[in-house]
Design a protein around this ligand. Structure first.
Ligand code: AMP
Length: 398
C-alpha cells in the first residue's frame, strides 16, 4: 500500500511516496521558492537516488503537485503509474484550531474547517487546502487524511496552559488560546525516545525540543503534552531563524506607533526579519552562524548566545512544572545535526542533572542517548521523521 505525503510550507512543498508494506520511501520531492523568484523542484527516486530537476518560475503549490504526479507516473523506476496505485494521501496541516484533537479524513466539512483555521496559520493552511483541492480534482476517490501540527497539543494541554490572561471574550469568541505547533514531531520524539530507553511513554516525563528553522519545546507527561512554547501562532516561544520568539508584547505597539507601520509590515518584521537573522545580520542558517562565531564574529556569537538561552529557559520552565523530568529530547535540523549547539545548550543545564557526554554528542542524527551514563536526566537525539508519522496516521485512518 503506497501513501503520498504532502507537506505544504509557506514557500515550499515537500512530498514523499512511502510503501507502507515495508515503510520504505520510494520518492522524495522538494519544491522551493514557490511563487518565485527562482522556483524549482527536485524529485528524487529511491533507492537509486536518480534525481530530476525542474525550473518552474512562479509556480504555485498546486502547480508543483501536478508536475510531481506527472513526473512520478512517467518514471520507469517508480511502481506508481497512475493515481490508482496510490492508496491515500496524508496532508500535513499546520493548524486545526480547536476543531481537531486527532487526525481526520478529508471531507467537505473538515476541509472547510482547515480553511477557517487559515486565520491561525495564514502562511500554511491555505496552501495545504489548495493541494488537497488539486488532488481531489484529479483523484476524487482518493482518500485523503489531515494530520495536524496542533492535535497533540489540543488533546493534552489543560486550560491553565492554553489560556492567555486576556478577558474571557477573546477566548470564547475569538478563540485566542495556545494551540502549539510541531505536534507530530513532539509526539514522535517522545514516543521514540521511550522506545530507545526501553520504557513505556506513559511512564515517562519528557521535555521535547524541536529545534529547526522554526522551533518549539514541549512538556510531555506520561505521553500527553501538558505545555508547549508556541502559542496562538508559531511566533511565540524560543528564538527562531527569522522569528522573534517571545518578547514583551508592548514592543509591537511601541514600534507601530514609532514607525507608523502597517499591520502587515509589523507581521513581516516579527516573522521574517527577526530572530537569528536579525541578531547576526548575516543569516538564519545555524551552520553559517556557528562558523561565524568560531571565526570571531561577535554578532554571530550573540545570536547563538541568545538562541541557547531561550532554549535553556524553555527547558528550565518545563522542568519546573513537571513532577519529575526523566529525559530531554532534541530533534529537527539543529537538534539532530549540530553537535556545537547541543553542547552549548546542555553545558548550561548540568545543574538540573542534564549531563551530556562529549563523546556521545559527536556526529549527526540517529536515535540515541547522548547523556553520560550517570546523568540523572537522560538526553537523547531523535531523528525527526515527520513524513513517516503522517503516512502511519494516514494508513490508520484509511
Ligand atoms: P529544519 O527546519 O528542521 O530543516 O532545520 C533547519 C535548521 O537546521 C537550519 O537552521 C540549519 O542551519 C540547521 N542545520 C542543518 N544542518 C546543520 C548542521 N550540520 N549544523 C548546524 N545546523 C544545521
Amino acid at each position: 500500500m503506497i501513501i503520498l505525503v504532502v507537506n505544504a510550507g509557506s514557500s515550499t512543498l515537500k512530498c514523499q511516496l512511502i510503501d507502507m508494506d515495508n515503510e520504505e520511501c520510494l520518492m522524495k520531492s522538494n519544491a522551493e521558492r514557490i511563487y518565485g523568484p527562482g522556483t524549482f523542484m527536485n524529485v528524487t527516486f529511491l533507492p537509486s537516488k536518480n534525481k530530476e530537476h525542474f525550473e518552474m518560475e512562479g509556480a504555485s503549490h498546486a502547480d508543483c503537485l501536478s508536475k510531481l504526479l506527472e513526473t512520478i507516473f512517467a518514471s520507469d523506476e517508480c511502481p506508481v503509474n497512475s493515481i490508482e496505485d496510490i492508496a491515500g494521501a496524508g496532508n500535513r496541516i499546520v493548524s486545526g484550531g480547536e476543531y481537531f484533537d486527532r487526525s481526520a479524513l478529508v471531507t467537505d466539512d473538515t476541509l472547510e474547517k482547515v480553511k477557517i483555521c487559515g486565520e491561525l496559520a495564514p502562511l500554511h493552511n491555505p496552501h495545504a487546502a489548495a493541494c488537497i483541492e488539486a488532488l481531489r480534482e484529479v483523484a476524487p476517490n482518493l482518500p485523503q487524511v489531515l494530520v495536524f501540527d496542533t492535535a497533540f497539543h489540543i488533546a493534552g494541554l489543560p486550560e491553565k496552559a492554553y489560556r492567555y490572561a486576556l478577558p474571557e471574550k477573546y477566548y470564547s469568541e475569538y478563540k485566542i488560546r495556545r494551540y502549539g505547533a510541531h505536534g507530530t514531531s513532539h509526539k514522535y520524539a517522545a514516543e521514540k525516545a521511550a522506545e530507545v530507553l526501553g520504557k513505556n511513554v506513559e511512564d515517562l516525563n519528557i521535555i521535547t525540543c524541536h529545534l529547526g528553522s522554526g522551533g518549539s519545546v514541549s512538556a510531555v507527561e506520561g505521553g500527553r503534552c501538558i505545555d508547549t512554547t508556541m502559542g496562538l501562532t508559531p511566533l511565540e516561544g524560543i528564538l527562531m531563524g527569522t522569528r522573534t520568539g517571545s518578547m514583551d508584547p508592548a514592543i509591537v505597539t511601541f514600534i507601530m506607533r514609532r514607525d507608523n507601520c502597517t499591520l502587515d509590515e509589523m507581521d513581516d518584521l516579527m516573522n521574517k526579519k527577526s530572530g537569528l537573522l536579525a541578531i547576526s545580520g548575516i543569516s538564519n542558517d545555524m551552520r553559517e552562524l556557528e562558523e561565524g562565531a568560531i571565526a570571531g564574529n561577535e554578532k554571530c556569537r550573540l545570536a547563538l548566545d541568545m538562541y541557547n538561552r531561550s532554549v535553556q529557559k524553555a527547558i528550565g520552565s518545563f522542568y519546573a512544572i513537571m513532577p519529575r523530568t526523566d529525559a530531554v529530547v532534541v530533534t529537527a535540523g539543529i537538534g539532530e545535526n549540530s553537535e556545537f549547539t547541543r553542547r552549548e545548550i546542555f553545558e548550561g543545564l548540568e545543574h538540573m542533572g542534564m549531563i551530556v557526554d562529549p563523546e556521545k554528542n559527536k556526529g549527526r542524527g540517529g536515535d540515541r542517548v547522548i547523556s553520560a551514563d550517570d546523568s540523572p536526566v537522560k538526553v537523547l537525539i531523535i531523528s525527526a521523521d515527520e513524513e513517516m508519522c503522517i503516512a502511519r496516521e494516514t494508513m490508520a485512518l484509511i
